[in-house]
Ligand binder design. Structure first.
Ligand SMILES: *[C@@H]1O[C@H](CO)[C@@H](O)[C@H](O)[C@H]1NC(C)=O
Ligand SMILES: *[C@@H]1O[C@H](CO)[C@@H](O)[C@H](O)[C@H]1NC(C)=O
Ligand SMILES: *[C@@H]1O[C@H](CO)[C@@H](O)[C@H](O)[C@H]1NC(C)=O
Ligand SMILES: [Zn+2]
Length: 467
């Protein structure tokens, strides 16, 4: 029986997220895999576990036996009760399909899913989350099988650094915030954002404009590749330099666009959205009109206005449309990691994800993240909203974690702008009916939030207009 060398036993350790533990116990910071649903996740060995248990409050530990499998964190989304609660049967049948036990559906896709899997899938679970272990290829396509109102995030196969935001970085954002006061020139620039153009752009992305031919922008689809190429072309037509940046085989690329600083500086401000989308289970259609056609369109509207007004920025500006968000922030993780490794001087980043919907009868809103993100950037955005888009009711949302998380986790000051000061209420969320032409989809709100993003950029970066 050679070849059975006793490998050190790997243990999955899940504890409530506590930065003090991460900065004081070095074997834990060396085995950190990130923050998931308010928890820190580690893969530790016996020695680390026994040396740290006394210092950890609570937590759960699961031995891992098969290191070829990918661990995935699944979590229930925070949605309004009006959307219907996630059904426990849905997740049970999803898991039994993963386990390869008999199931009734004859759907071809489901059959493949079951055939490719084996063994124990669920490693740990709470009422609203679970950790599963699957083949890596299944992890990357899991969004097409997950029940509605559940989302997934891969637990990285290697350790990730724990990087808190430095006090210098927070201080820089505070300085920007302290300097913000109403500027009529900023108001006139952001007031030029055009709803007519936004409607046209989002309809191209969703395929509501039949000339685009896009049926889906799911990250693996033809439509996503087409959308990426189109976005690059549109952004370039506004004077940006763009690059399609592939990050993982099978996924459509990130679209990274830059306006170079007029000053000699490395300082950079980044606005982003994700252009990939998710549809209903079993349907190929994934128009993503709100999620996240709205955020993508807001970025494009900002770019078009930069061009129309001839705005130049004193600092470097990046407008980025990510892919692979729906499978667990794959595109933004790759890009944030690249910026981190390059030592990028990123002052702030703001992700726009879902800007279009609010329940009929509700006022236009701006939701800011209740948990993941930089409080300083959130304050800045909230104050700018009060100045340039006073029509927005600003509040926090527990709907959590778009691409800003990838930057936040690497110590970059980041936040998200969202459509509601509350949970997700869009009845077409992750649904093949997520079009822009429907009740509750409010272009006025998309424009108001885009004004906030744009004004933040103008104030933070400084700008000039042609004489
Ligand atoms: C935001 O605005 C409030 C009210 O005007 C002000 O008290 C606060 O200092 C501002 N915050 C920042 C970060 O500038
Ligand atoms: C934006 O500005 C251009 C000229 O600078 C003007 O022609 C256009 O009507 C403006 N659009 C909006 C929506 O304000
Ligand atoms: C980032 O840019 C600021 C402003 O130009 C500068 O003061 C700072 O030294 C830069 N930091 C790095 C790490 O380059
Ligand atoms: Zn989204």
């Amino acid at each position: 029986m050679w070849g059975q060398a006793a490998l050190p036993l790997a243990l999955l350790l899940v504890t409530p997220h506590d930065p003090s533990v991460l900065t004081t116990i070095s074997c834990l910071s060396d085995s950190y895999r990130g923050q998931f649903g308010g928890n820190s996740v580690f893969i530790v060995d016996d020695a680390c576990l026994s040396s740290s248990t006394g210092l950890l409050g609570e937590g759960s530990v699961v031995p891992l036996d098969d290191t070829d499998r990918q661990l995935v964190w699944l979590e229930q989304e925070v949605v309004e009760d009006t959307l219907g609660l996630p059904s426990p049967e849905d997740i049970t049948s999803f898991i039994s399909a993963l386990s390869g036990s008999p199931f009734t559906a004859q759907d071809g896709e489901q059959q493949v899913l079951a055939d490719s899997l084996y063994g124990n899938v669920v490693l740990a679970e709470t009422a609203s989350s679970m950790v599963i272990s699957v083949a890596p290829e299944v992890a990357r396509t899991i969004d097409t099988h997950l029940p509605r109102f559940w989302k997934s995030a891969p637990i990285p196969p290697k350790s990730v650094p724990y990087v808190p935001i430095s006090s210098a970085a927070s201080q820089r954002v505070k300085e920007i915030a302290a300097s913000v006061k109403f500027d009529p020139v900023v108001a006139s620039i952001v007031g030029n954002l055009s709803i007519t153009q936004m409607r046209k752009d989002v309809r191209y992305l969703t395929g509501e404009d039949p000339s685009s031919g896009i049926v889906s922008r799911h990250a693996f689809s033809e439509g996503a590749l087409q959308a990426a190429a189109w976005l690059k072309e549109q952004f370039e037509s506004t004077g940006a330099s763009c690059e399609l940046k592939p990050f993982l085989r099978g996924f459509s690329p990130n679209v990274v666009c830059t306006y170079a600083a007029t000053e000699d500086t490395t300082e950079t401000m980044l606005l982003s959205a994700h252009y990939d989308s998710r549809g209903s289970f079993g349907s190929t259609r994934a128009p993503g009109g709100d999620d996240d056609g709205s955020g993508t369109t807001a970025l494009l509207a900002i770019a078009r206005t930069i061009a129309r007004k001839g705005v130049t920025f004193r600092k470097n500006i990046q407008l980025v449309a990510f892919s692979g968000e729906e499978q667990g922030l794959y595109g933004s993780k790759a890009y944030a990691r690249e910026m981190y490794e390059l030592g990028a001087n990123l002052t702030l980043m703001i992700q726009a994800d879902m800007l279009g919907y609010h329940a009929p009868g509700e006022p236009a809103q701006l939701g800011l993240p209740a948990s993941i993100g930089s409080v300083e950037v959130m304050q800045l955005v909230s104050n700018i909203s009060a100045i340039y888009s006073p029509e927005l009711v600003v509040g926090t949302t527990r709907a959590c974690c778009s691409d800003h998380q990838s930057f936040h986790e690497l110590g970059f000051p980041a936040t998200q702008v969202f459509e509601r000061a509350g949970p997700i209420a869009d009845p077409m969320y992750h649904n093949s009916g997520d079009l822009s032409d429907r009740e509750g989809y409010d272009f006025g709100q998309v424009r108001s939030i885009a004004k906030v993003q744009f004004a933040t950029l103008l104030h933070a970066a400084g700008f000039d207009l042609p004489e």
